[in-house]
Design a protein. Sequence first.
Length: 122
Amino acid sequence: MRTILLGAVLLLLAGAADAQNTRGLLQNTPSTLFTDEDNRLFRDTWSKALEAAADNQTLSWTNPKTGHGGDLTTLRSFEWRGYPCKEVQIRNQAQGRKSDETLNSCKIDGAWKLLSAEQLKK
């Protein structure tokens, strides 16, 4: 499930070339059912969680047109190699499909990057 949600986030945040590489990871996840508006609402909430949410703060998004939505909870803030990082739990739902994943992101050179647990150990 971690790989599937990571793929969803990467697809939403990545460029077209990266999107081609992650498309297969998204089968049967809520994000495959997201509209453009759902994707925008999710991305806006993800950005707010990374930039401004305090630890243990939950931000929610919902699209009243589709009924799709989710919650993003900043579990903790930490530093890795001097970079500010956040661990965020992401719960999304769409048409009965649900996902629940925790991801780590660090702000490196002005941009938030997803990092795996293995990368954080190095």
